[in-house]
Design a protein around this ligand. Structure first.
Ligand code: NAI
Ligand code: SOE
Length: 391
């Protein structure tokens, strides 16, 4: 494979996991990092052993040595950075959500096509071996035609009014909180696993914590609550919880509950598909198990074990049975497929591995979240998801 050089923009929580996954591949160098100011970027680059630090993302995307730009900044920066990186001929790996609006996501997709660069969004839950097992089993007709696709994505790190993050600041987040931040993962996963498309939605978002104390210094996601005496009360504009009814393009019905104010749920993404001949359920917090439900015999709990998986899923289980795989292993699986695709680009374009969510997939998710917001703005009415162009 051609030796590639990656540059990371934004090195908070997820950025270093991009670096970890890239490094585990062994043939890609993480050559530069950009942060919001130079001294902090230099300190972070030292911690992560990255040779070059920039205090401005524009310098990184203008660096001719960089082949692939990884975007791991707050959401509102994804669009301008991705657009500029594409214009500079870089391949782009953007964290989710791709953009703030459907129009921006469409523009980014069109720009990648005009520039001929590789594009991916890290919908990383696709990288789990048992997610790929469920996908392959459903595609092979093992449980028949789905009629119900339902689940949840629940967290509790925003339960207290003293919990704070840039995700609560509209100028950094965008129009939506829970739906865009975690609902986006679920919508991608549900469509990826079933091969169906969410066609219509009826959404009921709500802001459970209407006012929060913004600390002078933000602690970041999943940090313990910590507003001190100097905190300012701020009114919340976005939803921290939502229930959504779904209609899929094959007539299947569904529902999604998202919430970041649900005590005890840390990163609790659950997807269940009920179909004519059986059901399947995968839970992120128990990611090494796949529940398979039967009508006429005992249910099964498939433990992750490469020797028991379908050929399509087996490569994603890197360890033997009984050796648990984790969130970061799934992230690495995704990065493996991304870089294998980039190495063969543009020839690989027509047949990307299933784990690779492109800007096209991300646009579809963006249209879905947008339809949910429109549904709520219209008073809770069924709303069609706008069509996205063919891949
Ligand atoms: P974070 O707040 O921990 O990190 C963001 C980083 O971006 C910080 O280091 C900040 O200094 C930096 N940054 C801010 N403005 C910048 C600028 N102008 N130039 C360069 N760097 C800048 O946030 P976190 O949790 O890492 O989220 C980042 C993005 O990744 C978000 O879009 C989020 O939705 C996504 N994410 C995805 C995950 C996944 O599972 N795929 C997991 C966590 C986050
Ligand atoms: C916070 O809700 C967060 O870090 C999301 O931004 C990620 O996308 C999700 O995977 C974990 O939780």
């Amino acid at each position: 494979m051609k030796a590639l050089r990656a540059g990371l923009i934004g090195a908070g929580f997820i950025g270093p996991w991009h670096v970890d996954a890239i490094r585990r591949l062994g043939h890609v160098e993480v050559a530069a990092l950009a942060g919001s100011d130079l001294p902090r970027a230099q300190a972070r680059a030292r911690e992560l052993a990255i040779p070059q630090a920039y205090g401005d993302w524009r310098s990184l995307i203008e660096d001719p040595r960089i082949d692939v730009v990884h975007i791991a900044t707050p959401n509102r920066l994804h669009y301008p950075i991705a657009l500029a990186a594409i214009a500079n001929g870089k391949h782009v790996v953007c964290d989710k959500p791709l953009a703030d609006t459907v129009e921006q996501a469409r523009e980014l997709l069109a720009a990648t096509r005009a520039a001929g660069v590789f594009h991916a969004v890290t919908f990383n839950y696709r990288g789990n071996p048992l997610v790929q097992q469920a996908r392959a089993a459903i595609a092979a007709g093992q449980i028949g035609k789905p009629h119900l696709v339902h689940g949840q994505y629940l967290q509790d790190w925003l339960l207290h009014d003293s919990d704070w993050s840039w995700r609560l600041e509209p100028d950094q987040l965008g129009a939506s909180l829970a739906l865009a931040d975690i609902g986006s993962h679920w919508c991608d996963l549900a469509q990826h696993v079933t091969g169906l498309r969410i066609a219509q939605v009826l959404a009921d978002p709500v802001t459970v914590v209407p006012r929060r104390r913004k600390p002078a210094q933000s602690a970041g996601s999943f940090a313990a609550s910590g507003a001190g005496d100097d905190a300012q009360w701020v009114d919340m504009a976005s939803e921290d919880m939502a229930t959504v009814l779904l209609r899929f393009d094959n007539g299947a019905r569904g529902s999604l509950t998202v919430g970041q104010v649900c005590a005890g749920h840390k990163n609790d993404l659950v997807l269940e598909v009920c179909a004519a001949a059986g059901s399947m359920k995968w839970r992120q917090e128990a990611q090494n198990e796949l529940w398979i439900g039967h009508r006429g015999r005992a249910n099964e709990l498939l433990q992750k074990d490469p020797s028991l998986l379908l050929p399509e899923a087996r490569p994603y289980a890197r360890l033997p049975g009984g050796h648990q795989e984790s969130w970061s292993d799934a992230f690495c699986n995704l990065m493996h497929d991304i870089y294998a695709s980039i190495a063969g680009w543009p020839d690989t374009g027509a047949a990307l591995p299933p784990t690779v969510a492109t800007f096209h997939d991300a646009l579809r998710v963006q249209c879905t979240i947008d339809a949910m917001l429109d549904s709520a703005a219209g008073g809770g009415v069924w709303t069609s998801v706008a069509a996205s162009p063919d891949p």
